[in-house]
Ligand binder design. Structure first.
Ligand code: TXA
Ligand code: MG
Length: 322
Protein backbone atom coordinates (compact mmCIF):
# COMPACT_ATOMS: atom_id res chain seq x y z
CA UNK A 1 0.00 0.00 0.00
CA UNK A 2 1.09 3.57 -0.68
CA UNK A 3 1.24 5.82 2.39
CA UNK A 4 1.66 9.59 2.69
CA UNK A 5 4.92 10.51 4.48
CA UNK A 6 3.25 11.66 7.69
CA UNK A 7 5.04 11.37 11.04
CA UNK A 8 2.72 8.52 11.94
CA UNK A 9 3.42 6.59 8.74
CA UNK A 10 7.19 7.07 8.98
CA UNK A 11 7.04 5.73 12.54
CA UNK A 12 4.99 2.75 11.30
CA UNK A 13 7.57 2.10 8.57
CA UNK A 14 10.40 2.26 11.14
CA UNK A 15 8.49 -0.28 13.18
CA UNK A 16 8.23 -2.65 10.23
CA UNK A 17 11.97 -2.32 9.60
CA UNK A 18 12.84 -2.90 13.26
CA UNK A 19 10.78 -6.11 13.17
CA UNK A 20 12.66 -7.40 10.12
CA UNK A 21 10.24 -6.34 7.37
CA UNK A 22 10.88 -4.38 4.16
CA UNK A 23 9.58 -0.94 3.12
CA UNK A 24 9.41 0.93 -0.22
CA UNK A 25 11.21 4.26 0.30
CA UNK A 26 11.57 7.49 -1.66
CA UNK A 27 15.08 8.77 -2.40
CA UNK A 28 16.30 11.70 -4.49
CA UNK A 29 17.49 9.25 -7.18
CA UNK A 30 14.96 6.39 -7.53
CA UNK A 31 12.70 4.55 -5.07
CA UNK A 32 14.37 1.85 -2.98
CA UNK A 33 13.25 -1.33 -1.23
CA UNK A 34 14.75 -1.02 2.24
CA UNK A 35 15.56 -3.53 4.96
CA UNK A 36 17.60 -3.25 8.17
CA UNK A 37 21.14 -4.59 7.83
CA UNK A 38 20.61 -6.21 11.26
CA UNK A 39 17.88 -8.53 9.94
CA UNK A 40 19.03 -11.36 7.64
CA UNK A 41 15.37 -12.17 6.93
CA UNK A 42 14.79 -8.65 5.56
CA UNK A 43 17.83 -8.91 3.29
CA UNK A 44 16.64 -12.29 1.99
CA UNK A 45 13.19 -10.80 1.41
CA UNK A 46 14.69 -7.95 -0.69
CA UNK A 47 16.46 -10.43 -2.97
CA UNK A 48 13.34 -12.59 -3.21
CA UNK A 49 10.89 -9.79 -3.99
CA UNK A 50 13.12 -8.25 -6.66
CA UNK A 51 14.14 -11.57 -8.21
CA UNK A 52 17.66 -10.20 -7.78
CA UNK A 53 20.66 -12.35 -8.76
CA UNK A 54 22.39 -13.52 -5.57
CA UNK A 55 25.84 -12.27 -6.58
CA UNK A 56 24.73 -8.62 -6.78
CA UNK A 57 25.50 -6.76 -3.53
CA UNK A 58 23.29 -4.06 -1.97
CA UNK A 59 23.97 -0.40 -1.16
CA UNK A 60 23.81 0.43 2.56
CA UNK A 61 22.16 3.79 3.34
CA UNK A 62 23.19 5.82 6.37
CA UNK A 63 21.88 9.00 8.04
CA UNK A 64 25.17 10.08 9.64
CA UNK A 65 28.90 9.88 9.08
CA UNK A 66 29.35 7.87 12.27
CA UNK A 67 27.00 5.20 10.88
CA UNK A 68 29.09 5.12 7.69
CA UNK A 69 32.37 4.88 9.62
CA UNK A 70 31.16 1.79 11.50
CA UNK A 71 30.66 -0.07 8.25
CA UNK A 72 34.26 0.34 7.09
CA UNK A 73 37.95 0.43 8.07
CA UNK A 74 40.39 3.33 8.55
CA UNK A 75 41.16 3.22 4.83
CA UNK A 76 37.44 3.56 4.06
CA UNK A 77 37.02 6.42 6.52
CA UNK A 78 39.79 8.34 4.78
CA UNK A 79 38.10 7.78 1.41
CA UNK A 80 34.75 8.93 2.81
CA UNK A 81 36.33 12.07 4.28
CA UNK A 82 38.13 12.82 1.02
CA UNK A 83 35.07 12.69 -1.20
CA UNK A 84 31.74 11.97 0.43
CA UNK A 85 31.61 14.66 3.06
CA UNK A 86 31.26 17.10 0.13
CA UNK A 87 28.59 15.17 -1.82
CA UNK A 88 26.57 13.75 1.10
CA UNK A 89 23.73 13.77 1.66
CA UNK A 90 23.40 13.11 -2.07
CA UNK A 91 23.53 10.67 -4.99
CA UNK A 92 27.10 9.40 -4.51
CA UNK A 93 27.76 5.80 -3.45
CA UNK A 94 31.27 4.84 -2.38
CA UNK A 95 32.65 1.30 -2.34
CA UNK A 96 35.04 0.86 0.61
CA UNK A 97 36.56 -2.04 2.59
CA UNK A 98 33.84 -3.65 4.74
CA UNK A 99 34.12 -3.89 8.53
CA UNK A 100 32.85 -6.94 10.39
CA UNK A 101 29.58 -5.04 10.96
CA UNK A 102 28.62 -5.70 7.34
CA UNK A 103 26.73 -8.97 6.99
CA UNK A 104 27.82 -11.32 4.20
CA UNK A 105 24.31 -11.32 2.80
CA UNK A 106 24.79 -7.65 1.80
CA UNK A 107 28.30 -7.71 0.35
CA UNK A 108 27.70 -11.22 -1.06
CA UNK A 109 31.19 -12.47 -0.38
CA UNK A 110 33.10 -9.32 -1.45
CA UNK A 111 35.38 -7.70 1.13
CA UNK A 112 33.88 -4.29 0.31
CA UNK A 113 30.63 -2.46 1.01
CA UNK A 114 28.80 0.25 -0.96
CA UNK A 115 27.62 3.15 1.24
CA UNK A 116 25.54 6.23 0.56
CA UNK A 117 23.82 8.98 2.55
CA UNK A 118 20.63 9.82 0.63
CA UNK A 119 19.34 13.40 0.37
CA UNK A 120 15.62 12.66 0.77
CA UNK A 121 14.27 13.97 4.11
CA UNK A 122 11.71 11.15 4.47
CA UNK A 123 14.33 8.45 3.94
CA UNK A 124 16.82 10.13 6.30
CA UNK A 125 14.13 10.42 8.96
CA UNK A 126 13.29 6.74 8.49
CA UNK A 127 16.92 5.63 8.87
CA UNK A 128 17.21 7.70 12.05
CA UNK A 129 14.00 6.35 13.53
CA UNK A 130 14.90 2.75 12.67
CA UNK A 131 18.26 3.26 14.38
CA UNK A 132 20.20 1.14 11.93
CA UNK A 133 21.64 1.56 8.43
CA UNK A 134 19.24 0.36 5.74
CA UNK A 135 20.21 -1.78 2.76
CA UNK A 136 18.19 -0.73 -0.28
CA UNK A 137 18.43 -1.60 -3.95
CA UNK A 138 16.15 0.15 -6.42
CA UNK A 139 12.56 -1.02 -5.81
CA UNK A 140 11.94 -2.52 -9.25
CA UNK A 141 11.73 -6.14 -10.28
CA UNK A 142 15.28 -6.92 -11.47
CA UNK A 143 15.78 -5.93 -15.09
CA UNK A 144 12.81 -3.49 -15.17
CA UNK A 145 13.30 0.29 -15.27
CA UNK A 146 13.98 1.73 -11.80
CA UNK A 147 10.90 3.25 -10.10
CA UNK A 148 10.74 7.03 -9.88
CA UNK A 149 7.25 7.24 -8.33
CA UNK A 150 5.54 5.37 -5.51
CA UNK A 151 3.06 3.86 -8.02
CA UNK A 152 5.92 2.23 -9.91
CA UNK A 153 6.95 0.39 -6.75
CA UNK A 154 3.40 -0.83 -6.28
CA UNK A 155 3.28 -1.91 -9.94
CA UNK A 156 6.44 -4.02 -9.61
CA UNK A 157 6.38 -5.32 -6.04
CA UNK A 158 2.69 -5.61 -5.24
CA UNK A 159 0.13 -4.25 -2.81
CA UNK A 160 1.41 -6.01 0.31
CA UNK A 161 4.57 -3.87 0.51
CA UNK A 162 4.39 -0.78 2.78
CA UNK A 163 5.45 2.11 0.50
CA UNK A 164 6.18 5.66 1.68
CA UNK A 165 5.25 8.21 -0.98
CA UNK A 166 7.87 10.96 -1.20
CA UNK A 167 6.70 12.31 -4.56
CA UNK A 168 8.45 11.94 -7.92
CA UNK A 169 12.25 11.50 -7.61
CA UNK A 170 14.35 14.60 -8.17
CA UNK A 171 17.06 12.93 -10.31
CA UNK A 172 15.15 9.97 -11.81
CA UNK A 173 18.40 8.03 -12.25
CA UNK A 174 20.50 6.07 -9.76
CA UNK A 175 23.46 7.32 -7.74
CA UNK A 176 26.98 7.35 -9.13
CA UNK A 177 28.98 4.43 -7.70
CA UNK A 178 32.69 5.11 -7.18
CA UNK A 179 35.70 3.39 -5.67
CA UNK A 180 39.12 4.81 -4.80
CA UNK A 181 42.25 2.72 -5.35
CA UNK A 182 45.46 4.57 -4.47
CA UNK A 183 45.12 7.99 -6.07
CA UNK A 184 42.70 6.83 -8.73
CA UNK A 185 38.97 7.43 -8.55
CA UNK A 186 37.03 4.83 -10.54
CA UNK A 187 33.45 5.30 -11.64
CA UNK A 188 31.88 1.84 -11.32
CA UNK A 189 28.45 3.06 -12.38
CA UNK A 190 27.78 6.51 -13.91
CA UNK A 191 24.81 8.23 -12.27
CA UNK A 192 23.25 11.40 -10.92
CA UNK A 193 26.61 12.97 -10.02
CA UNK A 194 28.53 13.68 -13.21
CA UNK A 195 32.18 13.00 -14.02
CA UNK A 196 32.70 16.79 -14.17
CA UNK A 197 31.33 17.26 -10.65
CA UNK A 198 33.66 14.53 -9.40
CA UNK A 199 36.61 15.96 -11.31
CA UNK A 200 36.08 19.31 -9.63
CA UNK A 201 36.51 17.76 -6.19
CA UNK A 202 39.05 15.05 -6.94
CA UNK A 203 42.65 16.18 -7.32
CA UNK A 204 44.02 12.91 -8.70
CA UNK A 205 43.30 10.71 -11.69
CA UNK A 206 39.74 9.82 -12.62
CA UNK A 207 39.54 6.53 -14.44
CA UNK A 208 37.06 5.57 -17.12
CA UNK A 209 37.99 1.94 -16.60
CA UNK A 210 36.37 0.03 -13.81
CA UNK A 211 38.36 -0.94 -10.75
CA UNK A 212 39.54 -4.53 -11.06
CA UNK A 213 39.99 -6.96 -8.20
CA UNK A 214 43.12 -9.08 -7.75
CA UNK A 215 41.80 -11.73 -10.06
CA UNK A 216 40.54 -9.20 -12.56
CA UNK A 217 36.97 -9.53 -11.31
CA UNK A 218 34.68 -6.63 -12.20
CA UNK A 219 34.16 -4.91 -8.87
CA UNK A 220 30.58 -3.79 -9.42
CA UNK A 221 28.72 -7.01 -10.06
CA UNK A 222 25.49 -5.23 -11.01
CA UNK A 223 26.96 -3.75 -14.16
CA UNK A 224 27.12 -7.10 -15.93
CA UNK A 225 23.35 -7.57 -15.93
CA UNK A 226 20.97 -6.16 -18.49
CA UNK A 227 19.11 -3.39 -16.72
CA UNK A 228 16.59 -0.64 -17.04
CA UNK A 229 14.66 -2.34 -19.81
CA UNK A 230 11.08 -1.72 -20.79
CA UNK A 231 9.21 -4.53 -22.56
CA UNK A 232 9.34 -2.45 -25.75
CA UNK A 233 12.46 -2.77 -27.90
CA UNK A 234 14.76 0.22 -27.51
CA UNK A 235 16.62 1.19 -30.68
CA UNK A 236 19.27 3.90 -30.66
CA UNK A 237 19.82 6.26 -33.60
CA UNK A 238 22.40 8.97 -34.08
CA UNK A 239 20.83 11.36 -36.60
CA UNK A 240 17.35 12.66 -37.44
CA UNK A 241 17.39 10.85 -40.78
CA UNK A 242 18.30 7.57 -39.09
CA UNK A 243 15.60 8.00 -36.49
CA UNK A 244 12.95 8.80 -39.11
CA UNK A 245 13.83 5.83 -41.26
CA UNK A 246 13.78 3.51 -38.23
CA UNK A 247 10.32 4.83 -37.31
CA UNK A 248 9.21 4.10 -40.88
CA UNK A 249 10.72 0.66 -40.76
CA UNK A 250 9.15 -0.39 -37.42
CA UNK A 251 5.72 0.90 -38.44
CA UNK A 252 2.67 1.89 -36.38
CA UNK A 253 3.42 0.82 -32.87
CA UNK A 254 6.43 3.07 -32.34
CA UNK A 255 7.37 6.09 -30.31
CA UNK A 256 10.25 8.53 -30.81
CA UNK A 257 12.16 9.54 -27.66
CA UNK A 258 14.08 12.68 -28.60
CA UNK A 259 15.73 15.80 -27.19
CA UNK A 260 13.26 18.72 -27.10
CA UNK A 261 14.99 20.72 -29.84
CA UNK A 262 14.08 18.10 -32.51
CA UNK A 263 10.35 17.91 -31.90
CA UNK A 264 9.43 19.94 -35.01
CA UNK A 265 11.18 17.46 -37.30
CA UNK A 266 9.23 14.39 -36.22
CA UNK A 267 5.68 15.22 -37.27
CA UNK A 268 3.46 13.12 -37.51
CA UNK A 269 5.19 10.50 -35.36
CA UNK A 270 4.39 9.95 -31.69
CA UNK A 271 7.03 11.92 -29.86
CA UNK A 272 8.15 11.94 -26.21
CA UNK A 273 10.89 14.08 -24.72
CA UNK A 274 14.21 12.50 -23.77
CA UNK A 275 15.75 13.62 -20.48
CA UNK A 276 17.62 11.91 -17.65
CA UNK A 277 14.97 12.76 -15.07
CA UNK A 278 12.07 11.24 -17.01
CA UNK A 279 13.80 8.38 -18.89
CA UNK A 280 12.51 5.56 -16.66
CA UNK A 281 9.03 7.16 -16.54
CA UNK A 282 8.95 7.19 -20.32
CA UNK A 283 9.96 3.52 -20.49
CA UNK A 284 7.13 2.58 -18.15
CA UNK A 285 4.68 4.80 -20.00
CA UNK A 286 5.60 3.17 -23.31
CA UNK A 287 4.94 -0.26 -21.80
CA UNK A 288 1.58 0.84 -20.41
CA UNK A 289 0.63 1.87 -23.98
CA UNK A 290 1.98 -1.44 -25.40
CA UNK A 291 4.49 0.39 -27.56
CA UNK A 292 6.46 -2.09 -29.66
CA UNK A 293 9.56 -0.05 -30.40
CA UNK A 294 11.07 3.09 -28.89
CA UNK A 295 13.39 4.87 -31.31
CA UNK A 296 15.78 7.09 -29.34
CA UNK A 297 17.61 9.98 -30.95
CA UNK A 298 21.06 10.35 -29.39
CA UNK A 299 22.43 13.75 -30.41
CA UNK A 300 25.70 15.13 -29.07
CA UNK A 301 24.16 16.33 -25.84
CA UNK A 302 22.89 12.80 -25.15
CA UNK A 303 26.21 11.19 -26.06
CA UNK A 304 27.98 13.59 -23.69
CA UNK A 305 25.66 12.64 -20.82
CA UNK A 306 27.50 9.61 -19.45
CA UNK A 307 24.73 8.37 -17.15
CA UNK A 308 21.97 8.79 -19.72
CA UNK A 309 23.82 7.06 -22.56
CA UNK A 310 24.84 4.26 -20.16
CA UNK A 311 21.19 3.53 -19.31
CA UNK A 312 20.10 3.84 -22.95
CA UNK A 313 22.77 1.42 -24.16
CA UNK A 314 21.79 -1.11 -21.49
CA UNK A 315 18.10 -0.77 -22.32
CA UNK A 316 18.97 -1.31 -25.98
CA UNK A 317 20.90 -4.47 -25.03
CA UNK A 318 24.17 -3.03 -26.37
CA UNK A 319 26.00 -3.25 -23.01
CA UNK A 320 25.54 -5.92 -20.38
CA UNK A 321 24.03 -9.32 -20.87
CA UNK A 322 20.46 -10.44 -20.21
O1 TXA B 1 20.47 5.64 -6.35
C1 TXA B 1 20.73 4.50 -5.96
O2 TXA B 1 21.89 4.08 -5.86
C2 TXA B 1 19.56 3.59 -5.60
C3 TXA B 1 18.83 4.17 -4.39
C4 TXA B 1 17.73 3.27 -3.88
O3 TXA B 1 19.76 4.46 -3.38
N1 TXA B 1 20.00 2.26 -5.35
C5 TXA B 1 20.44 1.43 -6.33
O4 TXA B 1 20.77 0.17 -5.88
O5 TXA B 1 20.53 1.77 -7.50
P1 TXA B 1 20.98 -1.08 -6.85
O6 TXA B 1 21.06 -2.24 -5.95
O7 TXA B 1 19.90 -1.10 -7.87
O8 TXA B 1 22.38 -0.83 -7.48
C6 TXA B 1 23.53 -0.93 -6.68
C7 TXA B 1 24.78 -1.02 -7.53
C8 TXA B 1 24.84 -2.34 -8.26
O9 TXA B 1 25.38 -2.12 -9.56
C9 TXA B 1 25.81 -3.15 -7.40
O10 TXA B 1 26.48 -4.16 -8.10
C10 TXA B 1 26.74 -2.06 -6.90
O11 TXA B 1 25.91 -0.94 -6.67
N2 TXA B 1 27.41 -2.47 -5.65
C11 TXA B 1 26.86 -2.68 -4.44
N3 TXA B 1 27.78 -3.09 -3.55
C12 TXA B 1 28.97 -3.13 -4.21
C13 TXA B 1 30.31 -3.47 -3.86
N4 TXA B 1 30.63 -3.88 -2.63
N5 TXA B 1 31.25 -3.39 -4.82
C14 TXA B 1 30.96 -2.98 -6.05
N6 TXA B 1 29.70 -2.63 -6.46
C15 TXA B 1 28.72 -2.72 -5.56
MG1 MG C 1 18.82 -1.32 -9.54
Amino acid sequence: MIHAPTGENIAAAANILQSGGVVGVPTETVYGLAGSIRHPGAIAEIFRRKGRPHDNPLIVHVASLSQAYELTTDEGRIAIDALCTYFWPGPLTIVVPASKDVPDAISVGLDTVAIRMPAHPVFLDLIRQTGSPLAAPSANVSGRPSPTRAEHVLEDLGDDVFILDGGPCEHGIESTVVQITGDVLHILRPGAISREQLEERWGGELSRAQAQGNQGIVRSPGVKYRHYSPSASVVLSYSVDDALSLLQQYGENTCALIPASFVGQFYPHTVRLLSTVTLFDEFRRADALHTGTIVVLCDESVLANEALINRLRKAAGIDGKG
